[in-house]
Design a protein around this ligand. Sequence first.
Ligand code: NAP
Length: 656
Amino acid sequence: MNTLQSYAKGQWHTAADGFKTCHHAITGETVAHISSAGLDFAGMLDYGRDVGQKHLQKMTFHERSLMLKELALYLLSRKKEFYALSRATGATKIDSWIDIEGGIGTLFVYSGKGRREMPDHTVLIDGPPEHISKNGTFLGQHICTSLQGVAVHINAFNFPCWGMLEKLAPTLLAGVPAIVKPASDTAYLTELMFKAMIESGVLPPGSVQLICGSTGNLLDQLTCQDVVAFTGSASTGQYLKSKANITENAVRFTMEADSLNCSILTPDATPDTPEFDFFVKEVVKEMTVKSGQKCTAIRRAIVPASLIDPVGEAISARLAKITIGDPANEQVRMGALASKAQQQEVRERVAELQQSSHLIFGNPEHTEVIDANDQDGAFVSPILLRNDSPFDHCLAHDVEAFGPVSTLMPYERLEQAAELANMGQGSLVGSVFGHDDDNVAQVVMGAAAFHGRMVLINRHSAKESSGHGSPLPHLIHGGPGRAGGGEEMGGIRGVKHYMQRTALQGDPTTLMRITGKYMPGAQTTTTDKHPFQLHYEELAVGQSLTTAVRTITLEDIERFADLSGDHFYAHMDEEAAARNPFFDGRVAHGYFLVSMAAGLFVAPEEGPVLANYGLDDLRFTEPVYPGDDITVKLTCKQKSYRRGKGYGQQGFRSGP
Ligand code: NAP
């Protein structure tokens, strides 16, 4: 008997009783038994808080980013094992690729973003300093620090690998330990990948724990420093979110729930346009990939009334070519649902939808399958329904059949397309297919407030488009209302869900000490050596150099105009410049001042400085006239070590 193990307090735990059975989605055979009986949930929380947090929070964002990369590389090296077991979930190779390599890809993206967009520090600065005092001695700065708790990740059954990794990447980058609880039906695949994660030796002790089976009394013991990130049905999510302990302690609860996502065809996308074809292909893809068990799948296809017949025919013709069965056979394009319980659930929901829609493709009760038995496996054929009065008969906006099921519905006027979209009561994603940008813009303005993500596809973007149903780590995944009201990923935004934002107010020098970044008005220091002669380790944030003075001349301006070709009147024509409301006469080029500043602060001889990486926040705020004296103060603003490269980056601040 394959008994799934949990990983608690740094040990593998095997339950003795209380088992449920996980079945093979294709053959119906037993794959594993699952139970969390005997787990010490309070002890797991303590272990995460004491051991996991201690290890993770002494690492900088860059060190955690590199840890994610190392983990991703390790998991990739073992991907064959995950693919082999993934078939038991009913997944085809493409479905498994989304789950396994899509999940690992999320680790890579967060690793890259963590190193590029976050400091080599443990404090994340949120936004610019706020100038809240007259003389600048009292400054405001928002910062984010790691929560001093544990993240509890409760995942849905449809993506046993991606579901775990897309939550772990931002959590670990935030420096917060996690307890992962996969959905029971497919937990065997999560357990396999989790075991590999532990075997990699990459993650510090206590940073991750696993519960295979129920969460027992875990949620009743969470505090305001813990986070629950839940993915699953709205009913379970609402039940857990309203638990007394969660509400009383204001425990953060991010919810990703079921959603009635839609795709809209605009009236310009007639059957002779590429947008019509893209739409048809996308609806079919979203119905059949993962057998429609994607939280982002297109449940409602909203089309102009004049196009509903050709759209229905085109989708049906494509669906007729979808081969269903055991994904081990390469001819098979669609596998099974994750379990017989899901098959039963989908059939019941389709029956409900049929109360106000009629079937135009598929058979809810029977599926033709290849290399498998329709009775043993959890197969459901693609089902296309049509609802001709979607404003009056609203079940399609309310009932989610979590399988290969979609409902086609017509609109007469374009504004009705957005109204129908919004009748889903808040969705993860909506897509718009059309070439007329005015039409597309009208739909987006009408529907964006009800959607977490909108994908706009036309002939120019289709080829490179990531598609309607793919959440990307760079962009937010979540949606308002029925979709749970939460947000995940979204690049570094997702990391902040596991951190506390605090508004610091104080002396700029104190704020510089805390954040590791120079703050306007902070005390600076000087060294005997020129900053260009200091090695990375010798440079300190706040060290500065004040240069010699240079007087700007008319000749400078004219020579720079000739050299650059910039003969803008404000530099060249005294009278015209004086008519400009900003100037009293000819002014120096801003770009000349920047170049001249380099001439003042650069130490020319070969030394530790390798290159100038570029300029941020460059502004030309004051006019500089011939005869003005300019001096430059160069201050080390921030340091960032490029690990593994043998060099670092320093941000310098220079100003007159
Ligand atoms: P579910 O029944 O709500 O279960 C979701 C998770 O909650 C599972 O891990 C489940 O564990 C756990 N759970 C259930 N009762 C619990 C309790 N009392 N205490 C603690 N944990 C509990 O949903 P599902 O059937 O697995 O997933 C399908 C649904 O998820 C669909 O409606 C789909 O739309 C939605 N979904 C949404 C997203 C999204 O990102 N928005 C993604 C995927 C799926 P057990 O399995 O052990 O019961």
